[in-house]
Ligand binder design. Structure first.
Ligand SMILES: C[S@@+](CC[C@H](N)C(=O)[O-])C[C@H]1O[C@@H](n2cnc3c(N)ncnc32)[C@H](O)[C@@H]1O
Length: 600
């Protein structure tokens, strides 16, 4: 690669280390997303937790703080055991902002008492909110929310949190601005590896230097690059506003550094000389280059190269990097047909397309926020569900009167779809080890008008199986999995997974499959499904199960799903790059009738 010259000095780059903000991902945060998809009302701003953590860390170092408004200070450099704080320079804030401090001392004292940071009117709000959200995701382990249809109170919480984190407030965001935040955050997370490659290339950093860069500066650089290169926003606006954010949120030197990088990128972009990883050599080297170009972990790319070859791997990664599309299920249990749903979408002026695969599903590419606000989810008329999940339900083929055990049921997408097919006759036992998620399922069952056929059972499946052996006509095991089939919807998931986890998951899947098998009546059906596209979580688990459990045989899923989604072995497989829906897998197996003798 041609020399790009080194921009800025390391003194500007290396600020606060990405210290000990990591926390385990709380189930409550996962649940918020799930509640939203299921149309639950109260979605609170989870940033408050991160805010509290940050405040606790800050107050732990109170002796080192300068006196003054606690919100006007921020850490600029952290050597082990030492934290320095700086005050925002008045002149850095815009008209009407904290820079206009009138009678100085009094106002500062008032602000300190009220802990209300002032508003910086010269900062673009969407960028300020995006960088703080990105810090929460990277430093605090928060989830990326690709829907972000929260109500005004959540946004007010988030804006206040941004104010507390940055030390100044930014003007409120309108609907467009909020959507932009969601898009920028998900995009930066997806493209992180590629954006970092550009930063490395232009600054000539090594990984250690990069790890020591101030988290806020790193996010500001990424956001600027993403907007320039991937969103192709007008360079002038991106440059000015991103530099201003760095100056006000950090210091003048940080603004200069951002300015240097973005200007260099714009001129290389215009000249068509942006650095590109070289795609050559053996599979390992090509995997590394592809992983950077398409921003995925190298181990994942290597796994897919072996499984799919290069051309398909690239197409898969391109799909994973796209904005996700969503689909809706018309809830027949509430008497809603697809035509009714389409009429509602027309009223909302949300463009849509009928699913080519399922008679009760409709696809949306944009407009999900409008649907979330419409009340259709809350009154149980519709459910948000990917078509791949709907097709797994088709493979189960629930019939009125059936007793169905959904072994890993929460938060309930498939269980509630199954329930809607029973016409009030039969029952669904929804088992899950996670009590919080099960509560969401129970509430959603009531909301969707299937509460009388769904009962929830808070159990580890392996304990429950012994209690209810041989009682179900159909058993669905929608197993915990890597989720590598849903990477466009879960922007951060690719960075959270590891090869070691894949091995552990396979062991868990084996033990859950053996437990689920116990529940099936002689002659009954067992469906094993995942939202993964990896053979070692899918067909290999089924093959291993069938060799351990000779009383089960695989049944071809032909007739339950479109022919293009039936694998050579007769399993249901969907891939984002082949079918335009999430990646998923389902195998249908039947227990032999002769097995009845053994159970008695
Ligand atoms: C892929 S999710 C299920 C999604 C669900 N079927 C749906 O359609 O909404 C996997 C679920 O398995 C549950 N789980 C994990 N280990 C379990 C165990 N040992 N026993 C029961 N449930 C378990 C998790 O709590 C999680 O809710």
């Amino acid at each position: 690669m041609a020399s790009l010259g080194t921009l800025g000095s390391m003194a500007h780059l290396v600020g606060a280390s990405g210290s000990s903000l990591t926390r385990s991902v709380s189930t409550s945060e996962a649940s918020q997303h799930e509640r939203k998809l299921l149309g639950m009302q109260r979605i609170t701003c989870s940033s408050r937790n991160y805010g509290r953590e940050r405040e606790q860390r800050q107050s732990g170092n109170s002796s080192e703080r300068p006196q003054g408004n606690a919100r006007d200070v921020r850490r600029i450099k952290q050597a082990p055991g030492a934290t320095k704080w700086t005050r925002i320079e008045d002149r850095e804030l815009g008209e009407g902002g904290a820079g206009r401090r009138g009678n100085g001392g009094d106002e500062r004292r008032d602000a300190r008492r009220a802990f209300i940071p002032r508003t910086a009117t010269n900062i673009s709000s969407h960028r300020a909110v995006a960088v703080v959200r990105l810090m929460r995701i990277e430093e605090g382990g928060a989830f990326v929310d690709v829907l972000s249809g929260e109500g005004d109170s959540s946004w007010a919480d988030e804006m206040a949190y941004v104010g507390r984190t940055l030390g100044f407030r930014v003007p409120e965001l309108d609907l467009r601005g909020r959507r932009l935040v969601t898009d920028v955050v998900a995009g930066v997370v997806r493209w992180k590896r590629y954006l970092d490659f550009l930063i490395f290339s232009f600054f000539k950093l090594d990984v250690r230097d990069y790890d020591r860069m101030e988290p806020l500066l790193r996010q500001i650089l990424r956001v600027g690059l993403y907007e320039l290169i991937k969103l192709e926003m007008p360079p002038h606006a991106v440059l000015n506003e991103t530099v201003q954010l760095a100056k006000v949120a950090l210091r003048a030197g940080a603004g200069n550094l951002v300015n240097g990088l973005l200007r260099a990128v714009v001129s290389h972009q215009d000249a068509g000389t942006l650095p590109v990883p070289v795609l050559e050599g053996d599979q390992r080297s090509r995997a590394r280059a592809l992983a950077t170009i398409h921003s995925h972990p190298v181990w994942m790319v290597r796994m897919w190269l072996t499984q799919f070859g290069e051309e398909e791997t690239v197409r898969l990664m391109e799909c994973n990097n796209q904005r996700p599309t969503f689909s809706l299920r018309a809830n027949s249990a509430r008497g809603v047909s697809r035509q009714d749903l389409i009429a509602e979408l027309d009223k909302l002026e949300v463009s849509h397309m009928e699913s080519p695969y399922l008679p009760d599903f409709v696809r949306l590419s944009i407009g999900m926020q409008d649907v979330l606000r419409s009340g259709l989810l809350q009154n149980g008329s519709i459910a948000v569900q990917d078509e791949s999940a709907g097709l797994v339900v088709s493979v189960v083929d629930a019939q009125p009167g059936d007793t169905i055990i959904d072994c890993c049921a929460a938060p309930g997408g498939k269980a509630l779809n199954l329930a809607s097919r029973l016409n009030g006759q039969g029952k669904i036992v929804a088992v899950d080890v996670n009590e919080g998620r099960l509560r969401i399922l129970t509430e959603a069952a009531e909301q969707q008008g299937v509460g009388d056929v769904v009962s929830s059972c808070h159990y580890d499946l392996r304990d429950y199986a012994a209690k209810a052996a041989g009682t179900a006509d159909r058993v669905l095991l929608d197993a915990p999995c890597s989720g590598l089939g849903v990477l466009s919807k879960r922007a951060d998931l690719r960075w959270r997974r590891s090869p070691e986890e894949m091995t552990q998951l396979a062991e868990l899947q084996d033990s859950l499959l053996d437990a689920a098998a116990l529940l099936v009546k002689p002659g009954g059906v067992l469906v094993y499904s995942t939202c993964s596209i990896e053979a070692n979580e899918n067909s290999e688990r089924v093959a291993a199960f069938l060799s351990r459990n000779r009383e089960f045989t695989a049944e071809n899923v032909e007739g339950f799903v479109p022919p293009s989604m039936v694998s050579a072995e007769g399993f249901f497989v969907s891939f984002p790059h082949r079918h335009g829906i999430d990646g998923a897998f389902a195998a249908r197996m039947r227990r032999s009738c002769e097995d009845a003798v053994q159970i008695q």
